[in-house]
Design a protein around this ligand. Structure first.
Ligand code: HEM
Length: 318
C-alpha cells in the first residue's frame, strides 16, 4: 500500500495536517517579514546614496576589514544597509526553504525566483564596490548602479505576489482589473524614477511644474528627457487615479481602495515637486522614494489575485 495513503487514513492524519498548517502559517510570516525587510532596505539604500555614503566602506563584504567599523555616520549608514541586506538575504533564503518544504504551486516559483534575483543582486552589490562603478561614466554607470535597485523592486513585487497567493479567502474575481493596469504603469514609472535618480537627472528640470521655464522644453540631453518623461508619466498616473476615484465614488464601488490609491499618488507627486522646489532636500528625497515603493507595493497587492490567477497549492493540503 502507498505510504501516503496509509498516512492520510491513519490516526496520524490530524497531527500531520496541524503540522502542515503550522508550516504554512510560518511560511506566510516569513514572506511578510521578507517584504518588510526588502522595503526598508530599498528606502535605506536611498539614504545611503543621497548622503553619499555608498563607498564609505571601501571593501566588501566586510567594512574596513571588520564587522565593527569606525564610528562615523556615513560608514554606519552604509554598514547598517549591508547588515540589513544580509538579514533580508537570510530571511528570503529561509522563506525559500520553508516554501520547498510546504508548498508546490506558483508561490514556490515566485519565492525561488526572488531568491535567485537576490543572489544576482548580492554579486552585483559587490561588483559595484570592487570595480568602483560610481567612478565609471555614462550609461554603463547608470545601468550598473540602477540594476541593483531594479532587482530589489522586482524581488519586493514577487514577494507581495507570493503573500497574496498564500492568503486564504482571496479569490481571482475579488479584485478589479483596473489595479493591474495601474500596477503596470506605476512599475514603469518607478523604474524611470530610479533612472532619474541614478542618471543624476533629479534637477535636470530645476523648476516645477514648468521645466526650464517651458511646458515642453527642448530635450537638450538625456537627463532632461528622462526627467520630463518621469513628470509626464506622473501626470498620466495622477489623471488615471483621480478619474478612477471619481468613478468609484459615483458608483459607490470599492471606494476605500480607490481613495487610498489616490492619496498615495497625491503624496508621491507632492514629495516629487518638493524635491525640485527645495533643490534636493534630503527628507523629501527619502519620502518620495519611500512612498513610490509603497504605492507600487499597494498596487501589486491589489492586482496580485488577477495577475497570478490565484494559483495556489494550498487547497491540496486542506
Ligand atoms: C506617480 C508618481 C510618481 C512615482 C511613482 C515616482 C516614483 C519615483 C521613484 C521610485 C524614484 C526613485 C527613488 C529612489 O531611487 O529611491 C523617483 C525619483 C525621482 N522623482 Fe519621482 N515619482 C513620481 C512622481 C514625480 C513627480 C511629480 C516629480 C516632480 C518633479 C518627481 C520627481 C522625482 C525626482 C526629482 C527624482 C529623483 C530623486 C533623487 O535624486 O533621489 N517624481 N520617483
Amino acid at each position: 500500500m502507498c505510504p501516503l495513503y496509509f498516512l492520510i487514513n491513519s490516526r496520524l492524519a490530524p497531527a500531520l495536517l496541524a503540522t502542515l498548517n503550522l508550516a504554512f502559517d510560518m511560511l506566510r510570516i516569513f514572506i511578510g517579514l521578507s517584504i518588510a525587510f526588502t522595503y526598508t532596505l530599498m528606502v535605506m539604500g536611498n539614504v545611503v546614496t543621497t548622503t553619499g555614503s555608498g563607498l564609505a566602506c571601501p571593501d566588501w563584504p566586510l567594512c574596513y576589514g571588520t564587522v565593527i567599523p569606525p564610528f562615523e555616520l556615513q560608514i554606519w549608514f552604509e554598514w547598517s544597509h549591508r547588515l540589513l541586506g544580509g538579514t533580508t538575504g537570510i530571511l528570503i533564503l529561509s522563506t525559500t526553504i520553508i516554501a520547498w518544504l510546504t508548498v508546490r504551486g506558483l508561490e514556490r516559483t515566485l519565492i525561488t525566483t526572488a531568491l535567485g534575483l537576490l543572489g544576482l543582486g548580492a554579486v552585483f552589490g559587490g561588483v559595484i564596490v570592487l570595480i568602483e562603478a560610481p567612478l565609471l561614466e555614462g550609461a554603463l554607470h547608470v545601468g550598473i548602479i540602477s540594476f541593483h535597485i531594479v532587482l530589489s523592486t522586482i524581488i519586493f513585487t514577487l514577494m507581495i505576489f507570493a503573500f497574496r497567493v498564500t492568503q486564504k479567502g482571496v479569490e481571482y474575481s475579488s479584485e478589479e482589473r483596473t489595479y493591474v493596469y495601474l500596477f503596470a504603469i506605476v512599475f514603469i514609472q518607478v523604474i524611470i524614477g530610479i533612472f532619474v535618480r541614478y542618471g543624476q537627472a533629479s534637477l535636470a528640470c530645476p523648476d516645477f511644474p514648468l521645466c526650464r521655464g517651458e511646458i515642453l522644453p527642448t530635450l537638450i540631453d538625456g537627463k532632461v528627457a528622462i526627467h520630463v518623461i518621469h513628470r509626464a508619466m506622473a501626470l498620466l498616473i495622477f489623471t488615471l487615479v483621480t478619474g478612477y476615484m471619481i468613478f468609484a465614488i459615483k458608483a459607490k464601488y470599492n471606494v476605500r481602495n480607490a481613495v487610498i490609491t489616490f492619496i498615495l499618488v497625491l503624496l508621491q507627486a507632492t514629495f516629487g515637486a518638493n524635491i525640485v522646489w527645495s533643490g534636493m532636500f534630503l527628507p523629501y528625497i527619502v519620502l518620495h522614494g519611500a512612498t513610490g515603493f509603497l504605492t507600487l507595493g499597494w498596487l501589486a497587492y491589489r492586482s496580485a489575485p488577477i495577475i497570478t490567477r490565484k494559483q495556489t497549492s494550498f487547497p491540496s493540503y486542506m
